[in-house]
Design a protein around this ligand. Sequence first.
Ligand code: SF4
Length: 381
Amino acid sequence: MVKFVEIKAKSILQKQKFRDNWFWNRYGINPYRGCQFACNYCDAITEKYLVHKDYKDFSRIIYTKKNAPSVLEKEVRTRKPDVVAMSGVTDPYQPAEKKYELTRKILEILGRRKFPVHIITKSDLVLRDIDLLREIAEHTWCSVSLTIITFNKDLLPYLEPFAPSPERRLKAVDKLNKEGIQAGIDFTPIVPYLLDSPENIEEVIKRASEYAEYILIGAGMTLRSNQRIRFFELLNKHFPELVGKYENLYDKQENPPQDYIVRLNRAAYEFCKKYGIKNYIPPPCFERAQRENFDVANHLLLIAFFKEFKSANPYSAWAYHKASQTIEDLNESITEISKRKALEELPGVGKSISRVIEEFLINAKSERLEKEMNTWYNKIK
Ligand code: SF4
């Protein structure tokens, strides 16, 4: 039995220090705390995010921020429109949304104020709001990612006991794209030993490629604090033969080893090439001041995305993140700075990144990105 507790939020629109290069968001909104889908791998029950006293209540007590729309209405008046991720922590279309309609009310406000939106969910309830999403897509930018980690009906009851079936999610992706709303798949997490076989990876990517605009690959499932405790409870009860394998793979770390992640990323990448689907969300387009600076900044973030994806090292592209942020924050046009040969004077922009910028300003593309996107591809040939 799920209990709903109404709470009052002091603030709702959370600004991030840096732009995310997976979902392109700069803000996050979470209208609910706790999630009824109760996925056994969920990392939102880690101590960092947890608001429940006992992590086992995460899916039994759902806190609803009933005043979220009125708080947001005030906040958006003083904020510049930029991509909002719904939700950063819990599912915005969990069953509670049918009753409370907080996500819908929030989308109405964001749409009126021309804030671009990225939605991530496991529920086809998102189709209820297709009118609002279409409007946002027409006037600014919108992308919807439906999570699918497998179509294996034997495993899903253990991993995602209360989420809608992957077939329903795939149909939702199809419908959204047909309605002019960019939609793709979030293949996160690839659960070690249960879902990391080439057969599962290929099936998810192949079926996604029939309907989705993109598929994001999340090979590094975390196991930390309460998430780790809960996942090992699942293993001990239903997959005891995997306990030792997980202990070996993770040891005392929160992530699997880099070489394991790289191997899966590469396998997934090859399937993406085979089935002709992007493994990234193309950077957003929407009206804003210094639009050219924004495009350059996002180009650098996309290079960073590929560097990180291929190395499984979150620090491998720090220079690109830093340079991107510098350029996004500039008041002066990047073209003017380039004309007076002052790109290298910008904080974080060295010789090699300034060359990428110059090339992008002329051709709207760069060899660096092409190389980062295609290196594995060339090696395979
Ligand atoms: S849908 Fe997302 S937030 Fe909800 S339980 Fe599953 S992983 Fe956690």
